[in-house]
Design a protein around this ligand. Structure first.
Ligand SMILES: [Ca+2]
Ligand SMILES: [Ca+2]
Length: 364
């Protein structure tokens, strides 16, 4: 085979021809189909498939960033931000649910403790100064119970039905009402409770209310019903604490060992300062209710003498008493900083008179 290195190249008449150095043979480049011979011969090596493939593989690396590439990156960042926000919101909701469940559990536990205290206090043999009413059942958990005589409050039904206008008038005057306003309110209360439809001089029956079903024409079943009577809106505005003066479960005679000084002063006409001194005497030297040093009045005459109203003893004899037949139990359960209070009005003496207890009212 002829080697290119052993050949001398000449250009004759525009054509390139070769001459072998060893044999002197002249040879021409091969002609194509049309008889034309190439000006360059030997022909350069053809570009291989491998070189073209390498050229194509390098194409992506020469790709420059475009506007579409920026939009895609922005979309990805938005999705990441959205997922982060979704995750944070979900975590917050889960934490709130956990907190709510924890609070409910604590409130339920506090309610159980309050009911436990109520069960102790409702026993007929448990007296108001019994240490069983103040217990710590675990660390941070316990209950405290206070027992009060319900007859320290006035029974509105008893006062109205027995026509004791004088006691009601004293109470309303104590609240700051004048005589005309007090009489009008007493007439309205009377019309609400009596079963007839005859209007008292300053009272109110159906024609004055003009509301179907009012007045009820029956005794009050709760103190809140009194707020519906005409004229009580003014009392509510002037003396918001009026509800604490009354109870529909009271016997109708005021227990001077349980009544608050204001109630005692209003009903007996005694000076409020004297009534507060009497309250301090009842609480004893420690100033705490329901402890061993409490000084209860054994009889009415002694209390009236200390109040300075002994001269009216005959008139007050049917209004006052020295004990209650019904007790109000306020039980408060506490756990982990949460408190739950339950109030029950129980029939039975607050001094532990024995016998089964009957719950007349239960309120949380
Ligand atoms: Ca009536
Ligand atoms: Ca005391």
């Amino acid at each position: 085979m002829r080697r290119v290195a052993d050949t001398d190249w000449q250009v004759v008449a525009g054509h390139k021809r070769g001459c072998c150095r060893q044999t002197g043979t002249i040879f021409h480049p091969p002609a194509d189909r049309d008889g034309r011979r190439p000006s360059q011969w030997p022909l350069p090596a053809p570009r291989t498939r491998l070189s073209r493939s390498r050229h194509q593989n390098l194409a992506p690396f020469r790709h420059l960033p475009s506007a579409d590439d920026g939009s895609a990156l922005l979309a990805v960042l938005w999705i990441i931000a959205l997922l982060s926000l979704l995750l944070a919101t979900t975590s917050l909701l889960v934490m709130q649910d956990v907190d709510t469940v924890g609070v409910r559990r604590q409130m339920f536990r506090a309610r159980m403790l309050a009911e436990m205290g109520l069960a102790f206090a409702a026993h007929p043999d448990v007296k108001p100064d019994d240490l069983l009413l103040h217990q710590v059942v675990a660390e941070g958990e316990g209950f405290d119970v206070e027992i009060r005589g319900e007859d320290g409050r006035l029974n509105p039904n008893a006062l109205i039905m027995r026509g004791d206008r004088e006691t009601l008038r004293r109470v309303f005057r104590f609240w700051g009402m004048n005589l005309t306003e007090a009489d009008a309110l007493i007439d309205a209360l009377t019309d609400w409770v009596d079963q007839d439809s005859f209007t008292m001089p300053k009272g109110a029956e159906f024609r004055q209310y003009n509301v179907p079903g009012m007045p009820f024409n029956r005794p009050f079943r709760s103190v809140d019903e009194m707020a519906l009577v005409r004229g009580m809106a003014q009392v509510e505005a002037a003396y918001p604490g009026w509800r604490d003066w009354f109870s529909v479960h009271a016997a109708g005679t005021l227990d001077i060992n349980e009544a608050e000084p204001e109630v005692l002063a209003a009903v007996t006409g005694a000076d409020i300062v004297v009534c507060r001194q009497l309250e301090a005497r009842r609480l004893g030297r420690d100033g705490i209710r329901n402890t061993q040093d409490d000084a209860r009045f054994p009889d009415l005459a002694t209390a009236l003498r200390l109040l300075g109203v002994a001269g009216d003893a005959q008139g007050l004899a049917g209004v006052l008493a020295v004990q209650s037949g019904t007790r109000r139990i306020v039980s408060q359960g506490t756990t982990g900083g949460f408190s739950k209070s339950i109030t029950a009005v129980v029939q039975g003496s607050p001094q532990g008179g024995g016998g089964a207890a009957t719950i007349l009212e239960l309120k949380e």
